[in-house]
Design a protein around this ligand. Structure first.
Ligand code: GLN
Length: 290
């Protein structure tokens, strides 16, 4: 601690008193931050503040960082050290090769959800519905891949829809956004493909109290005692909103594959299919309209 000015004996001014503080460098800030957060995350946060590429940051470790940018970076690093997800701090996350704006109003897009885009791309159809769109990542990636499709996206959260609309505009795709609870705003409408990444974590799952998910909207994650409440509603409601031969596919928890296969069969779905994510876990299930 430097003594306050009024207590300091004259003739022993510090560099700060003389206005000679050396601006921190990229290297010194990264060294400082890595004592509390991983270096890879510190780099992402600093790149975000400086607006530079990974290569540019690496190439100029001695680059001076202004005091204002230094303060901004330290504030973000401190919030990360408290647990706030990097995606909420930078406001963006990549999904299916596209950059999405994210805020704490939406779930942070996850790699395993890309499986649902792959499924849509395999069998292109016209009318596609994304239930619980959140950031819009799924609907927008599908619309981008299938320009002929008419994509509708629903969410119960107005704040999430604001983020999703902004993302659709950013990527120049026309997606129809509707606010509503699952099928509530879709009276009388039918689709060729229904996709969903619903909440599916059990309310009491200790995972909800750990790491990044603590900062995500609870309503996008948790769904009743077994995590199946919303999946049950989607499976039960889908047949009335599928065109003949239309298909439903949704993401679910790592241990829910047997339960969701049973739910699909009970609801009369045929040609039931389950797919593994990159980690080898059965992660997406679906079937065709009864
Ligand atoms: N896969 C997410 C998690 O485990 C949950 C996402 C979801 O509920 N749709 O945190």
């Amino acid at each position: 601690m430097t003594a306050p000015l009024w207590e300091r004996p004259t003739g022993r001014e510090s560099a700060a008193d003389r206005g000679e503080y050396a601006a921190p460098t990229v290297r010194s800030l990264l060294d400082e931050a890595r004592t509390s957060i991983p270096l890879s995350e510190a780099r992402l946060l600093l790149r975000h503040i400086l607006g530079v590429s990974h290569a540019a940051l690496e190439a100029h470790p001695e680059r001076k960082v202004s005091l204002q940018d230094t303060a901004s970076f330290r504030a973000l690093a401190a919030r990360r050290a408290e647990g706030c997800p990097v995606a909420y701090l930078t406001g963006c996350r990549e999904f299916y090769g596209l950059d999405f704006h994210v805020t704490p109003a939406v779930l942070i897009p996850r790699e395993e959800t890309e499986l649902l885009v792959d499924i849509a791309v395999e069998r292109p159809v016209r009318r596609i519905l994304d239930l619980g769109t959140g950031s819009g990542c799924l609907a927008i990636a599908v619309a981008k891949q299938l320009p002929q499709a008419q994509v509708t996206a629903v969410d119960v959260s107005a704040a999430a829809l604001d983020v999703a609309r902004e993302n659709a505009a950013r990527h120049g795709v026309a997606v129809r956004f509707l606010q509503g609870d699952w099928f509530a705003s879709l009276e009388g409408e039918r689709f060729d493909l229904i996709l969903a990444n619903p909440p599916y974590v059990a309310e009491a799952d200790p995972h909800l109290a750990q790491g990044d998910v603590r900062f995500e909207p609870r309503g996008a994650l948790a769904a009743g005692p077994e995590g199946l409440d919303d999946i049950r509603r989607i499976v039960a409601g889908a047949p009335a909103h599928l065109a003949p031969g239309g298909r439903l596919y949704f993401e679910h928890g790592y241990d829910q594959a047997p339960a969701v296969a049973a739910l699909l069969a009970q609801a009369g779905f045929v040609d039931i299919e389950q797919r593994r994510d990159l980690a080898g876990i059965l992660r997406v299930s679906g079937g065709a309209q009864p």
